[in-house]
Design a protein around this ligand. Structure first.
Ligand SMILES: [Fe+2]
Length: 314
């Protein structure tokens, strides 16, 4: 568990208002709540749902296939034309992982490390949901992330943000293993004579502790800015704030889909066009929603393979 000193350091870094809101909502996070928005159901917290899904898949003869699918990683390569990209960043490659839900990976990440180890990239970003559950311990999550970092090698390091499965107390442990977590913060990336910025938000989905204005406070208005947000739910405000590219996950692309990748449930309050893959909001801001590298509820996937994304900036 995290010590008081680490909490005080977090408080000094992000402010007591952000920290107390986060901690309060973490305490409130439960399977079913009445809120001003109505009844909030957190499917991932309903343990019996996982058991029911397992029974259903077994009854249909699909459990073995769905389980194997959860580690059949597909590397998606995306060419990203960015307006105003500084010349030194042409050809810059970003490895994008999302929704790892580390403790549920059946082979403890062996296959994932193999696939990542075969790739070349300049920067790695992880758009939240490191942990499998949304509550309880996170020591195993941190231990598994430490193992995964042994396969990630790139000159500009690993940047991460928190998702709705992650507690803010996980930040010191993740950073101890080489990640730089962005909590409504930004970091400049220098290459050649040029600079671009990676802007990272706290969870945009459940916790609502994202603060884009705060994250942008040190970023020059004219700079190239790539946003890391856990979910695709703040596209409009991100576009208005002048983001050049929006990277997210959270939806898992539906995870258990109908043939053709048609999602049944995606847990996101946004249009279907933003649930998975590349999109372009009003032809003003391109973005990409990862189907996720891991799986929620159970390590199973149907018609929606887990993905490792390589973004090539051009
Ligand atoms: Fe997730």
């Amino acid at each position: 568990m995290v010590d008081n000193e680490a909490i005080l350091q977090l408080q000094a870094r992000i402010g007591s208002e952000h920290l107390s809101k986060r901690l309060q909502r973490q305490t409130e996070h439960s399977a079913l709540r009445f809120t001003p928005r109505g009844l909030e159901i957190h499917w991932e917290n309903i343990e019996k749902l996982g058991t029911t899904l397992k029974v259903l898949l077994k009854a249909c003869g699909l459990f073995g296939r769905a389980t194997r699918n959860s580690m059949d990683y597909k590397v998606e390569t995306v060419k990203v034309p960015l307006r105003g990209l500084p010349p030194s960043f042409r050809g810059f490659r970003i490895l994008h992982l999302s929704d790892l839900h580390l403790e549920s990976i059946l082979d403890r990440g062996r296959r994932l490390r193999e696939v990542i180890g075969s790739l070349s990239y300049d920067l790695c970003v992880i758009t939240g949901d490191f942990r499998f559950h949304t509550y309880g311990d996170y020591e195993e999550t941190i231990a598994r992330m430490a193992e995964l970092t042994t396969a990630i090698h790139c000159p500009h390091g690993i940047l991460g943000i928190l998702g709705n499965h992650d507690f803010i107390e996980m930040v010191p442990g993740l950073e101890k293993h080489g990640l730089q977590m962005l909590l409504n913060e930004s970091v400049p990336i220098h290459r050649g004579k040029d600079t671009m910025w990676i802007v990272g938000l706290d969870d945009t989905n459940y916790y609502g502790t994202d603060d884009l204005a705060k994250a942008l406070r040190h970023v020059p208005a004219e700079a190239t800015k790539i946003l890391l947000a856990h979910s695709p739910e703040i596209i409009e405000s991100a576009c208005e704030a002048g983001m050049d590219y929006y990277l997210c996950g959270h939806s898992h692309g539906g995870q258990m889909c109908l043939p053709g990748g048609i999602s049944i449930i995606n847990n996101s309050h946004c249009g279907r066009q933003y649930i998975a893959g590349p999109w372009n909001y009003q032809n003003r801001m391109p973005g990409y929603t990862s189907r996720g590298t891991g799986a929620s509820l159970l390590p199973v996937r149907l018609f929606c393979p887990p993905e490792i994304t390589l973004h090539h900036l051009v």
